[in-house]
Design a protein around this ligand. Structure first.
Ligand code: AQP
Length: 341
């Protein structure tokens, strides 16, 4: 099967399991907005079914889902141009997810880095959903026959698994039905690291709030977190090679470059030679300039959650016009008896 036999369509999702942070923004949300302007159909999803693979307080989940939708719109996603949904309202995701549970192999799931990291030594007590998560993620993507998935670098392995599931399904049933989806991992900050530890990913679930910049942080908080970010005593280099072995310096420069829409080399040609004492206020200024308008717009949108719910329900209707026929064809391929046409 050629990868060009499917019309281009973009899908990506995010878990409403806490605050949107700078890693989500630079790794995913900013690319989502860029794709919206490329004349391709775009579908973006708050993956609430994934979120409950670890415990979520119901009221917090509702708030985070609406806040994430507000964040998507505030960052530039237009509900008229992109389809915005929460996963649970498009039941074909979970229905195709079950079929893929029967295609994917236990061994594949057990090798997922995210499973090992999140379940850790306590795998016996982890939910079955956390183990099977990548099969549902494959369904999220393939129920749209999506060809491109913009994501941060941490999702690369899950995207490879999505291709494995599509290939096994196509092979087992002798069809060319699911596309070989391409991950799109681009930009200067595809893996934003913790501000407290340059070897750890910036993450919603880090217990230290100082480790991340939340999209809802105010200007003072952003400036304080950047001022306190871990660094080393040396000045910034003038070329990217000089960042080797300096994880924290690399991280801050990558963030600066990505916020400015520059390459790392272009950023270093501007800030190379500066000490962190001079560089950090520059980084704080650009972070506040980029993030504050998004955060104010999020607050404005959150004042009318009824409108957010309407946007999501309208998105679900539009999404189901795509997903229902694809699920129906999948059922036919698999051998499920349904209504006779
Ligand atoms: N630190 C990051 N740098 C770049 N991209 C990132 N993404 C997440 N963290 C970074 C990208 O954001 C999208 C949505 O991710 P998610 O929220 O669904 O799940 P996640 O990757 O598990 O995010 P967190 O914050 O790390 O959540 P927890 O703490 O719950 O595990 C994806 O495209 C992801 O690559």
């Amino acid at each position: 099967m050629t990868e060009t036999s499917f019309a281009p369509r973009v899908f990506s999702g995010m878990q409403p399991s806490g605050n949107l942070h700078l890693g989500n923004y630079l790794g995913a949300l900013k690319p989502f907005v860029e794709w919206q302007g490329k004349g391709v159909e775009t579908v973006y999803c708050m993956v609430d079914l994934h979120a409950i693979t670890v415990w979520q307080d119901p009221a917090d989940l509702r708030r985070s889902t609406r806040e994430m939708c507000a964040g998507f719109i505030a960052a530039g996603l237009d509900p008229e141009k992109s389809i915005l949904i929460n996963q649970s309202q498009v039941p074909e995701h979970a229905q195709l997810g079950w079929i893929f549970n029967c295609v994917a192999r236990m061994g594949w799931m057990g090798r997922m880095t995210q499973w090992k990291d999140k379940a850790g030594k306590n795998a016996e007590n982890a939910s079955l959903g956390l183990f099977g998560y990548p099969a549902l993620m494959a369904a999220d993507i393939l129920v749209y026959h999506a060809t491109h998935v913009p994501v941060g670098e941490d999702q690369k392995q899950h995207l490879e698994l999505t291709r494995d599931i599509a290939a096994k399904f196509n092979h087992d049933y002798g069809v060319d039905f699911f596309p070989m989806t391409e991950p799109v991992i681009e930009g200067a900050a595809t893996r934003v690291m913790s501000l407290r530890d340059g070897s750890k990913k910036m993450s919603k679930s880090d217990v230290s709030d100082a480790s991340r910049i939340n999209m809802t942080d105010d200007a003072d908080t952003i400036a304080r977190k950047i001022r306190k970010a871990k660094t080393d005593p040396d000045a910034l280099p003038s070329e990217a090679e000089g960042l080797a072995g300096r994880a924290e310096a690399r991280n801050l420069v990558s963030i600066y470059a990505a916020l400015n829409g520059q390459s790392i080399d272009a950023a270093l040609s501007e800030v190379g030679g500066l000490q962190f004492g001079a560089f950090k206020p520059m980084l704080a200024d650009v972070a506040v300039a980029r993030l504050s308008p998004i955060s104010s717009e999020m607050s404005r949108l959150m004042a009318d959650t009824g409108e957010i719910d309407r946007i999501l329900m309208r998105g679900a209707e539009r999404a189901r016009a795509i997903t229902a026929p694809i699920l129906k064809q999948t059922y036919e391929i698999v051998g499920m008896v349904g209504p006779t046409p």
